[in-house]
Ligand binder design. Structure first.
Ligand code: SF4
Ligand code: SF4
Ligand code: SF4
Length: 297
């Protein structure tokens, strides 16, 4: 697969169809993969593809990275789960479909954290999203690298995140509240969760607004709670459960639980899951005369 990927990237850069290829390369010690931005067809040998390619590179398509946008039309190496974020970005008019070349990677799964890798991809080192994945064969691609992957996700989503959600759902509201107050009290307001998320693309985040100041800026339990609840609300109906925010959180706050719970709520209420069709808008930003709430009428 790596050779086909490199060849395709070379063709795209040499023909001028794209100006930069956003993909994965090795770190110096070849122990981890790291994002690479290739602008010269002679450098495409740096591109790699393996189960350590865990980052969701779609964040580099957002206006958070104006220096990359300035390079010109990008091609992006993307797994199906990353393509879901690209689809949301297109549906929210952050990028035009024709302004990005998607190199879709057929995928057997990735590791949850790169440090778990010992040379073999086993189910116990894969994140919950991979066990329930319905996009191993990438959608919305201009070119697909790799043959068809034969995998059917379980009918009922399974894995630690879903077990923990069931466990939390069985508790009383006050117990659930206490659980989250405790978890969020550990937040150090580093904003890594925001920076790594391609769907958190506001140029001025609400946390940075100080006239009026909506959220306390210090890492105080009160401000932490507002910050984490607001971020969850802003991602509701949009989050694809790519898992990057939880992976980036230095204090291991279980953000996947919040995000997946909100995904389940939106699925129940609107029969909608984000990132499959770039022409469909998330339910929170559309008007529907059939809405069951009275206030809309
Ligand atoms: S969720 Fe699917 S596409 Fe994404 S890394 Fe896992 S198996 Fe691959
Ligand atoms: S899982 Fe986290 S990083 Fe990924 S889209 Fe959802 S909120 Fe953003
Ligand atoms: S990454 Fe974790 S610690 Fe940092 S702001 Fe987000 S939730 Fe808080």
């Amino acid at each position: 697969m790596e050779n086909i990927l490199r060849q395709k990237a070379k063709e795209l850069l040499a023909s001028g169809e794209v100006k930069v290829v956003i993909g994965y390369g090795w770190n110096r010690a070849k122990t981890r993969t790291t994002p690479v931005f290739i602008t010269d067809a002679a450098d495409t040998g740096q591109l790699v593809w393996n189960p350590l390619c865990v980052n969701n590179l779609s964040v580099y398509l957002t206006r958070k990275f104006k220096d990359i946008q300035a390079l010109g039309k990008p091609a992006i190496v993307a797994k199906g789960c990353d393509i879901r974020n690209i689809a949301v970005l297109i549906s929210e008019a952050q990028i035009k479909r024709e302004d990005v070349y998607v190199i879709g990677m057929a995928c057997q799964g990735v590791v949850y954290k790169q440090e778990l890798w010992q040379g073999e991809l086993k189910p116990n080192i894969m994140p919950t999203k991979c066990h329930n994945c319905d996009v191993r064969n990438p959608h919305l691609s201009d070119f697909v690298v790799g043959g068809k992957v034969d995998f059917t996700p379980p009918e009922e989503p399974a894995g630690m995140v879903f077990d923990k959600i069931r466990d939390l759902d069985s508790k009383s509201p006050s117990e659930r509240w206490a659980f989250w107050v405790k978890e969020f009290s550990r937040c150090i307001k580093c904003y890594a969760c925001r920076q790594v998320c391609s769907l958190c693309y506001c140029e001025r985040c609400i946390t940075e607004k100080n006239m009026p100041q909506w959220i306390e800026t210090s890492a105080h339990p009160r401000g932490n709670l507002s910050w984490n609840l607001i971020r969850a609300m802003h991602l509701t109906g949009r989050c694809t459960f790519c898992g990057e925010c939880e992976r980036a959180c230095p204090v291991n706050i279980p953000l996947n639980l919040v995000n997946q719970k909100m995904i389940m709520v939106v699925k129940d209420a609107f029969d909608f899951k984000s990132g499959y069709d770039e022409k469909v808008h998330p339910p929170m930003i559309v008007f529907s005369p059939d809405d069951k709430e009275n206030f809309i009428k």
